[in-house]
Design a protein around this ligand. Structure first.
Ligand code: G3P
Length: 229
């Protein structure tokens, strides 16, 4: 009889949370379902805290990748800022914008073994460039494309198809600017590696009216039995 080989199962989709609010991160980390965190300059500004302090605190709570974004727009200054951010903790992932300088910084950082998340991706061509620059993650923004009347999920379909054509590409597709659970489900159907999700949308993932209704009925019936376990 011929020996059969079974391909190893694909790892599950990773869930990152898109926030710099430490209380929300602690709450989500306690669920055991959180794989990482992404921040950006707007989220840091919203937190009202110093970037180095808040990133250090997040890295203490979440062992997975924690994206901290450079604010500089030129290559040299990006590398200087990246050195400051990298020194905070081993799990800091340097986030750079999808610009010529950002991709040059991505190439330099990834060549020395630093994880890089290339952000503000709005086209498949940009995603190809990021993969060539050695990015660990590419962040296509689906919600912001929807906002301008385009279909953000079409971009995820294009990027996953292109990356799948080249097994040597190790860049993970990190779906960003997620606005609702449908974005997440569509991304998972396409086999995207990671989704970074706002806390409000993570809470929505748990909810279904039939779950609530069914549980209420079970509790009523159980009470009638007078039993305890
Ligand atoms: O962190 C990047 C991305 O997820 C931002 O999302 O909602 O500001 O478009 P949004």
């Amino acid at each position: 009889m011929l020996a059969t080989t079974t391909a190893p199962p694909e790892p599950n989709m990773k869930f990152f949370v898109d926030t710099a609010e430490i209380s929300e991160i602690r709450e989500l980390a306690a669920t055991g379902l959180l794989d990482g965190v992404t921040t950006n300059p707007s989220l840091i500004a919203k937190s009202g805290r110093k970037i180095t302090e808040v990133i250090a605190e997040i890295c203490d709570v979440v062992p997975g990748p924690v994206s901290a974004e450079v604010a500089a727009t030129d290559y040299k200054e990006m590398l200087r800022e990246a050195a400051v951010l990298k020194a905070i903790a081993k799990n800091v992932t340097i986030k750079v914008p999808l610009t010529p300088d950002g991709l040059r910084a991505c190439h330099a950082l990834s060549s020395e073994g630093t994880m890089v998340n290339v952000t503000l991706c709005f086209s498949a061509a940009q995603a190809l460039l990021a993969a060539k620059a050695g990015a660990s993650f590419i962040s296509p923004f689906v919600g912001r494309l929807d906002d301008i009347g385009m279909n953000g999920m079409d971009l995820i379909a294009d990027i996953t198809q292109i990356y799948n054509n080249y097994p040597a590409i190790k860049t993970e597709v990190l779906v960003a600017s997620i606005r609702n659970p449908i974005h997440l489900i569509e991304a998972a159907k396409m086999g995207a590696d990671v989704a970074t999700i706002p806390p409000s949308v993570i809470k929505q993932l748990y909810s279904h009216p039939l779950t609530d209704k069914g549980l209420a009925a079970f509790l009523v019936d159980w009470a009638k039995t007078g039993q305890t376990i």
